[in-house]
Write a protein that binds this ligand. Structure first.
Ligand code: GAP
Length: 465
């Protein structure tokens, strides 16, 4: 990073260049939700694919799953989320605004109306989004008017078995607040299908939802976000070595994201701040534009989840060591990554400003494997059909090889370069009159802005790392 990156810089670039827009913006937005534009979705996928490749495909001890977002409510009762997945909520008695008590800059002063000493005592607010599964969701009606004008009155649960099925609390469900439980509930399935040796891991990527009291700092704290999680099952006595190995693996991944080592700090979480399930947690904090804050977490979850599932479901979660009598409920190491926070850290690390020919330039020095567009191809002049035709040929050739190649013939070459710099395109290829003579093109490097002339054939053989 060549300067203190401000949050406004990132937000403005993200919107201007089609990375991230406010969710439901056209209707005034929906707080804590974000939509990914064409370049944002490409960058996000590149991050997620890198993670999947490194932590699933390149390893022999990892199994991927993709569980349903809606799960039986018993999952969240057994996991402790129904009772304890809460944040302290306070109300301002003057302006009636709502705040998360533990995140207030001044716990005595309302940040909205400025009133001092106006907060109520806190109430524990559960962050899970509750929903209803099946056709029982008429807002807890007692009677309802049908299309033919008749009134239908809700039966009492005890009147008939069907009524009990339809109207009792079994229809309640939650949007999952973490992907982890979809892994734990499939632990037995994976063991029965693959019978892997310990240690082994199950990985999942996908959406998670939390009704955050105060969404903030762009996508950093959202109400809908994505996680990339591994539950790594180990012998209870071997958790420490697995934990240490995960610290090393996480470091490699963060290097591949292009985060400078000095921007990331491992913070040992003290016992009273740890989640209810954890016996040890390290938070990886990154120097975000809004300050140092949690990028991801590494937790030792003991046998908390599998033991709970065993108790609540009555089904054994014990692992039987092949060729021995030893059985036990495995313990778990959990590296848990948030996609949005990884993306924000990548953008923050890549954001650069410099001066070219007396003009300010903004560019994203993204690692090439994360860049949404690998090559931009332009004819020098768009009103010369022979240049356009040749440029189309080069474009098709590169597109076949790299996929993410952009055609850009808008404005003059200088403007095209600026636009591509801002979205982090590592190479801009220009087809000019010399190309027609000797089959060479200019290739401009995003970071140095240097141009070199190369044979068209050699473009195709450049490494795509
Ligand atoms: N399964 C463990 C778990 O969910 P967590 O610390 O609550 O642990 C893990 O969340 C990661 O998910 C965080 O480190 C962060 O990267 C991401 N995350 C959590 N809440 C988030 C939110 N509201 N918005 C964006 N990312 C979030």
């Amino acid at each position: 990073m060549n300067k203190e990156v401000k949050l406004e810089d990132i937000v403005s670039l993200a919107k201007r260049r089609g990375f991230i827009y406010q969710g439901s913006e056209v209707y005034g937005g929906l707080s804590g939700t974000w939509d990914y534009g064409p370049l944002g979705v490409a960058l996000k996928r590149n991050i997620m694919n890198l993670w999947w490749q490194m932590f699933v495909e390149d390893r022999d001890d990892m199994y991927g799953v993709d569980a349903a977002i809606l799960m039986n409510q018993k999952v969240w009762q057994a996991s402790g989320h129904v009772d304890t997945f809460t944040d302290p909520l306070v109300f301002c008695k003057k302006c009636h605004s709502r705040h998360r008590a533990d995140k207030l800059e001044n716990p005595n002063k309302c940040p909205v109306c400025g009133e001092e000493g106006s907060f109520t005592d806190p109430v524990q607010f559960n962050m899970m989004f509750e929903t209803v599964v099946g056709p029982a969701g008429f807002g807890g009606f007692n009677s309802i008017e049908l299309e033919n004008g008749e009134t239908y009155t809700k039966p009492q649960a005890e009147e008939t078995n069907i009524a009990a099925l339809i109207f009792d609390k079994n229809d309640r469900s939650y949007l999952r607040p973490e992907t982890a439980q979809g892994i734990f509930t499939n632990y037995k399935n994976v063991v029965d299908s693959f019978y892997p040796d310990l240690p082994f891991g199950i990985a999942q990527q996908g959406k998670a939802f939390r009704n955050e009291i105060s969404p903030r700092d762009f996508v950093f704290r959202s109400r809908e976000f994505e996680q990339m999680e591994v539950e790594y099952f180990v012998h209870p006595e071997k958790w420490e070595e697995a934990f240490e190995q995960w610290r090393k693996d996480i470091e490699v991944f963060l290097d591949k994201l292009g985060l400078p080592r000095e921007s990331v700090e491992e913070v040992e979480v003290p016992e009273n701040d740890r989640a209810h399930y954890s016996k040890r947690t390290i938070d990886y904090e990154f120097a975000f534009p809004h300050g140092k804050d949690e990028l991801l977490g590494l937790a030792y979850r003991t046998d908390f989840d599998l033991a709970n599932i065993q108790r609540a479901s009555g089904k054994t979660m014990e692992y039987h060591v092949k060729g021995s009598d030893e059985t036990f409920v495995p313990h778990v190491i959990e590296p848990s990554f948030g996609v949005e926070r990884a993306l924000m850290a990548v953008l923050t690390s890549a954001y650069r400003e410099d001066e070219q020919n007396g003009e300010k330039r903004i560019y994203l020095a993204l690692p090439e494997h994360l860049a949404p567009v690998k090559y931009a191809v332009s004819p020098l002049l768009k009103n010369k059909p022979e240049l356009v035709e040749k440029a189309r040929e080069v474009y098709q050739m590169l597109k076949k090889k790299y996929g993410t190649v952009m055609w850009d013939d808008n404005g003059n070459i200088g403007k095209r370069y600026r636009r591509q710099d801002e979205i982090g395109t590592p190479h801009c290829v220009v087809i000019d009159f010399k190309t027609l003579e000797n089959n060479t093109v200019t290739v401009r490097d995003r970071d140095t802005t240097e141009q070199k002339r190369v044979e068209i054939g050699s473009l195709d053989s450049e490494p795509s790392t």
